[in-house]
Design a protein around this ligand. Structure first.
Ligand SMILES: *Cc1c(COP(=O)(O)O)cnc(C)c1O
Length: 395
């Protein structure tokens, strides 16, 4: 980095255009190095790259970029968010125990509950909006506290600094899934977290075109251990997708800022609508995590959830809304409406879902780059139709 303190927006561009190894032509975009292997000039003095699973210049440009953005020492790019997450869990050993937020992403829930126990790694879920509940879940063999804040899909907020303090006093590592905030709005490593994880499929790439994951470690030693697992497990991101992700990251700040502003307006609108039972968004002062979130993040982000009275109203709303796509995923330039009960959390048993507030009327909304007044008008007409159908059902 330069001697002065660059802002994150500058780092997004400068690292991804000037930080890569393309010194020969001065191209402002990193070349896509489609090469599995690399010729060695000297018989006994090998160059920096030998085989692309272990290291590829395009992927390395991306890894350097995310490490700088998160303020870490080592960035690593994986084939998906869940590949980054599961590879990070591979730092643990048989007999270890994890304390993990009960509001965790569905795929992470599946890995922790169905795969890790077969390798002798156990877990306890806790309410991560409550530091006492986390403290009570710690056992003598707890080696990791796993945070997701804001959480998916009910936007629960965890006090990052408080968990880090608890982890340090209990000799545990902390991992944090930063997908919903990105380093533009939340920098967990600055608060003492050991590894930040991302589904870069979402806001970081931003165009719903690739599946990708990233991990960044605070300490070099942990970075080397995770790089060893990346190479051993082999779930690396390919060079073409690494290039796409670098291009996406360049526009992250403008995309995310616009989407976050729109999300606040949509949340305010839904909050005042009589058919909407509850809005989950950390930008609303009524949100229980409002103050904690503001302390550790600089924006409420661009994802919100809201609860309609039941499944048939949610269905009518989805069938009548015209602008957003109805799909899994989030963080794209297009607004995305999802139905967590049958999408992101389909892997979770119904009883577990409902305990987490993921009821049959819950919808999640990821705000894209459309005009916000158009989005609100579209929601207004769809809620109107849904409410009329509800009255008919009521008769
Ligand atoms: C999507 C998502 C993941 C999983 O990432 P993939 O890229 O789909 O593998 C993990 N955590 C959160 C919060 C997500 O939204």
């Amino acid at each position: 980095m330069s001697s002065y303190n660059e802002s994150l927006e500058t780092t997004l561009i400068v690292t991804s255009t000037r930080g890569h190894s393309e010194i020969k032509t001065g191209a402002v975009n990193v070349p896509i190095y489609l090469s599995s292997t690399f010729h060695q000039e000297s018989f006994d003095d090998f160059g920096p790259y030998d085989y692309s699973r272990s290291g590829n210049p395009t992927r390395e440009a991306l890894e350097k970029t995310i490490a700088e953005l998160e303020g870490g020492t080592r960035g690593l790019a994986f084939a998906s968010g869940i590949a980054a997450i599961s590879s990070a869990f591979m730092l643990l050993s048989s007999g270890d125990h994890i304390v993990i937020t009960k509001d965790v992403y569905g795929g992470t829930f599946r890995f922790v509950t169905e795969v890790l126990p077969r390798f002798g790694i156990e877990h306890t879920f806790a309410d991560f909006t409550n530091i006492e509940a986390i403290t009570n879940a710690i056992q003598p063999n707890t080696k990791l506290i796993y945070i997701e804040t804001p959480s998916n899909p009910c936007l629960g907020i965890t006090d990052i600094a408080a968990v880090v303090e608890l982890a340090k006093s209990s000799d545990c590592l902390t991992f944090l899934d930063n997908t919903f905030m990105t380093p533009i709005y939340q920098r967990p490593l600055d608060l003492g977290v050991d590894i930040v994880l991302h589904s870069a499929t979402k806001f970081l790439s931003g165009h719903s075109d690739i599946i990708a994951g990233l991990a960044v470690t605070k300490e070099e030693d942990l970075g080397n251990r995770l790089a060893f697992i990346q190479n051993s497990f082999g779930a690396i991101l390919g060079a073409q997708d690494s290039f796409s992700l670098i291009q996406g990251i360049k526009t992250l700040s403008v995309r995310f800022e616009k989407s976050a502003q729109s999300a606040q307006k949509v949340a305010n609108y839904l909050n005042g609508h009589n058919l909407v039972e509850k809005v989950f968004f950390p930008g609303l002062s009524t949100h229980p995590g409002y103050e904690t979130h503001n302390k550790q993040s600089s924006s409420a982000g661009a994802v919100l959830s809201f609860r309609l009275p039941n499944k048939s109203i949610a269905k009518a709303f989805i069938e009548n809304v015209k602008i957003p796509v109805f799909a899994v995923s989030l963080g794209g330039v297009e607004s995305i409406l999802s139905y967590p009960a049958q999408m992101s959390h389909a892997a979770m048993p119904k009883a577990e879902r409902e305990k987490r507030g993921i009821t049959d009327g819950l919808l999640r909304f990821s705000v894209g780059l459309e005009n916000v007044d158009d989005l609100i008008a579209d929601f207004a007409q769809a809620l109107e139709v849904a409410s009329k159908q509800n009255q008919k059902v009521g008769i």
